[in-house]
Design a protein around this ligand. Structure first.
Ligand code: TTP
Ligand code: MG
Ligand code: MG
Length: 399
């Protein structure tokens, strides 16, 4: 680095940033097992899009339909995010190295991911869910739990609601989704997976324990390949095997997961569907590979962060009044500067000018900086109204 001019050093830092970029996204969903239980018999639907990223690519490029395709990089270090059901016949799977997938399926066609499009579809699908209930808990871009215990639209059954939702997703996005209907989240999620793709499965009250007994434990939510291996070593292959284990045994071998497993093996899950908390802020931050103190290098970093953050603000259709700059020093002490407008920030140019003005306020720096972040908050988004749990229709909506 000694021979590089300031501009050269700056480029070096920016190049490194690309590798260490860490995004500040929506707050992580709270763990589900907080003890907050849903009283009474619920009607829960789990909806999950089929081969989501790959189906979007096949939708938008009709020549790909019916063919084995993968979404991800096809270079030597590439990994599949997902692949079409045509590719799954060859054994291709999510998270598989692209090299392995190509060996299994030499005709596999690769496309790079287009996250902006997937986000857009995800929002469309979420809007459909919200037409049926405010109790929507997204698990990822392509799936969510819905509590439809209260039949707000007078549709008559949870199964019928699930069918209507699937039909509307097809009509409005051109994509298929699978749905599971049951009386708790654990079973509804198992059910949505049961008849994929484009499938529906209903597990009625009284059927949960039998359904779970026959399943291999690796299909249980929260049991990954490693967990399944550990169970296999203990002779636990199916839900029925798991149901034979007493709670003390489970605690000894699986610690804090024991209560969940004990209940799951019996088809019991007391977790409530938690509607997404409204987003409080949209932002991005970067941890720098090398601490920097020069004002101009920081301005360059901030310019990149502004672009990323503004894209997020646009794609989440957020509007906000407060811009906050965060700097973390080499010794981890933190410095923030915020500015609020009486109205929402008007556009990227205004957002950028506020961000840079905040940075100018703190220059020159007393010590080098290891992290830079910028957020927009005081967002103007509404929380979905919380329908009361219980009420006259509870328990009256047939499956
Ligand atoms: P999933 O719902 O797990 O998978 P899928 O929709 O592709 O296929 P299906 O549900 O029909 O089995 O994941 C949704 C999307 O999330 C997926 O299309 C791509 C992305 N994803 C990854 O990027 N990495 C992963 O390891 C997984 C599992 C998914
Ligand atoms: Mg899916
Ligand atoms: Mg999914």
């Amino acid at each position: 680095m000694a021979g590089l001019g300031r501009a050269g050093q700056c480029l070096f830092v920016i190049a490194q940033l690309a590798l260490t970029y860490s995004a500040m996204s929506e707050p992580a969903p709270e763990p589900d097992d907080t003890g907050e239980e849903a009283p009474g018999l619920r009607k829960i639907i789990h909806v999950d899009m089929d081969a989501f990223f790959a189906s979007v690519e096949q939708r938008d490029e009709p020549a790909l339909r019916g063919l084995p395709i993968a979404v991800g990089g096809d270079g030597p270090r590439g990994v599949l995010t997902t692949c079409s059901y045509e590719a799954r016949k060859f054994g291709c799977r999510s998270a598989m190295p692209s090299v392995t997938a190509k060996r299994l399926c030499p005709d596999l066609i690769f496309r790079p991911p287009r996250f902006a499009v997937y986000n857009e579809v995800s929002r469309q699908v979420r809007d459909i869910f919200l037409d049926y209930t405010p109790h929507v808990e997204p698990l990822s871009l392509d799936e969510a739990f819905l509590d439809v215990t209260e039949d707000l639209k007078g549709i008559g059954s949870a199964t019928r609601i699930a069918e209507l939702i699937r039909a509307r997703i097809k009509e409005e996005t051109g994509l298929t989704a699978s749905a599971g209907v049951s009386y708790n989240k654990f079973l509804a999620k198992l059910a949505s997976d049961q008849n994929k793709p484009d499938g529906l499965c209903v597990i009625r009250p009284g059927e949960g324990a039998d359904f779970v007994a026959k399943l291999p434990v690796r299909r249980f939510f929260g049991i990954g390949p490693k967990g399944a291996e550990k169970m296999a070593a203990l002779g636990i292959e199916t839900g029925a095997d798991l149901a034979l284990c007493d709670i003390a045994y489970l605690r000894r071998h699986f610690g804090s997961q024991a209560d969940y497993l004990y209940r799951a093996a019996r088809g019991i899950d007391l977790r409530r569907v938690k509607a997404n908390r409204p987003r409080k802020s949209v932002g991005a931050e970067r941890t720098l590979d090398k601490d920097i103190s020069s004002g101009s290098a920081l301005r360059d970093v901030l310019a990149r962060i502004i672009e990323i953050t503004w894209k997020r603000i646009e794609s989440s259709k957020s509007e906000g009044r407060t811009v906050t700059l965060k700097l973390k020093h080499a010794d981890f002490s933190q410095l923030t500067r915020a500015r609020s407008l009486p109205r929402p920030v008007a556009g990227q140019a205004e957002f950028a000018s506020i961000g840079h003005a905040l940075l100018d306020e703190v220059l020159p720096l007393a010590q080098p900086v290891r992290l830079v972040g910028l957020t927009l908050s005081a967002l103007e988004e509404e929380e979905p109204p919380q329908a009361p749990v219980g009420g006259p229709s509870q328990g009256t909506l047939p499956f």
